[in-house]
Design a protein around this ligand. Structure first.
Ligand code: ATP
Ligand code: MG
Length: 389
């Protein structure tokens, strides 16, 4: 059964000195003017569920100014069991506890998954490939613990290789680390493509629903060993005879990926030395989104780009449910004002689909009365005792 968050507690977390919000139901609407702490609350819940923050805040930033320690905690229940998840921000360390026992973030991954949606997510379409790779990795890390560890290990080996290249280290040292780049990198690319292939049909379908089927969304994962050989002007459209032009990203076995990566690395070794930077590997993979074959980041209108982001978020929620058999918590930060009627309706439909939802707004008028009657409305700032009960 799906876990539901019942209450939240914050102490010296961001702008909150002491806060308790309990009696949480399926939908919680957090209402308040600018700078009262709406996004801070969303961030706190994300840190306790996805165990990561979309703001990538450091401990110093998360702990209330002037304090040394901060704390965020939630209580969740599914009717049978009760879970207390706690995050202690203590000097330099971020420590998690489950029912009072110390845990690694890895141990808590997937326990209460969440999907966060903020206005900044437009970067998913407009921004660089690295943002799209990070979004895919964040999803993978929530649904699969080995995805999380492979990605973490890969980042370490790439950093190491870049250091060696910068220091103009002995080529045999670089070759040794390349063995690891190929092994871990191939595994990461295979994980990513497999996950992307699960996401893609939902993404295409949700986009069709939101846009009314006016144009076709295409989504394609291009591994670095292919991306490196594309001409730059080719990235704008997928019309060429390139493998990536097919409707789906090519599913590779790990051995095929290893072989392709090893070959590309071998061919690019000289260039990597010259440019003192690792060029081949999943950190150079691309995720391309198109509308009727044209690059959505370049040719998509604002509205089309917003629809893609919303479709992407709804697709993430669907994939989490498919893999973990549990609906994720939806964390929607100030998104209503960004959406037109059709997109708002799609979002409301998702909220009513059984996911526990937290939604922030500066303007309660975006919600109709029927929805407000079914929601817990928390007015921020909280009362003097820090209580949103
Ligand atoms: N570590 C911290 N210590 C104290 N205050 C902080 C800390 N980090 C952030 N703040 C403050 O928290 C306040 C609320 O921020 P938040 O982003 O949650 O506002 P918001 O309610 O989402 O506003 P908006 O509607 O403009 O998005 C800001 O004024 C910010 O300066
Ligand atoms: Mg905000």
């Amino acid at each position: 059964m799906t876990l539901r968050i019942e209450s939240l507690e914050l102490r010296n977390f961001r702008n909150y000195e002491e806060a308790v919000i309990d009696g949480l139901g399926d939908i919680t609407v957090l209402v308040g003017e600018n700078a009262v702490g709406k996004t801070n609350l969303i961030e706190g819940i994300q840190l306790l569920t996805a165990l990561a923050s979309f703001r990538h805040g450091t401990i110093d930033q998360l702990v209330r100014h002037g304090e040394n320690q901060g704390r965020a905690a939630l209580r969740a229940t599914d009717g049978n069991r009760q879970l207390d998840i706690e995050l202690l921000l203590d000097g330099k360390a971020r420590k998690y506890r489950l029912n009072g026992k110390a845990k690694r973030p890895l141990d808590l991954k997937g326990l209460i998954p969440s999907v966060v949606f903020t206005p900044d997510d437009l970067d998913l379409v407009k921004g660089s490939n690295s943002g799209r790779r990070s979004a895919l990795d964040a999803l993978g890390s929530q649904v699969n613990k080995s995805y999380y560890t492979v990605r973490r290990d890969y980042e370490k080996v790439v950093r190491h290789k870049n250091r060696l290249l910068k220091d103009e280290a002995d080529p045999t040292l670089v070759e040794a680390i390349d063995e690891m780049i190929v092994t871990v990198g191939a595994q990461l690319t295979v994980y990513r493509i497999a996950l992307f292939e699960r996401l893609r049909p939902y993404l295409v379908e949700k986009y069709r629903e939101i846009s009314g089927g006016r144009e076709e969304l295409g989504a394609c994962y291009v591994p670095s060993w292919e991306a490196l050989f594309r001409k730059t002007d080719e990235t704008a459209s997928f019309d060429g005879p390139h493998r990536a032009s097919s409707a789906s990203s090519s599913p590779f076995t790990r051995d095929e990926a290893r072989e392709a990566l090893a070959r590309a690395r071998h061919e690019r070794a000289g260039e990597e030395r010259r440019r003192a930077r690792a060029l081949v590997g999943p950190h150079g993979d691309q995720i391309l989104l198109t509308l009727d074959g044209q690059d959505a980041s370049i040719y998509g209108s604002q509205g089309q780009q917003r629809s893609i982001v919303l479709a992407y978020k709804l697709a993430e929620a669907a994939v989490i449910e498919e893999i973990l058999d549990q609906k994720p918590v939806l964390l929607l930060d100030d998104v209503m004002s960004e959406l037109d009627g059709r997109r708002r309706a799609a979002l409301v439909e998702a909220m009513e689909g059984g996911s526990q939802t937290f939604i922030t707004t500066a303007n309660i008028d975006y919600f109709d009365e029927a929805m407000l009657n079914r929601s817990k409305v928390v007015n921020l700032p909280l009362d003097k005792k820090g209580c949103g009960c």
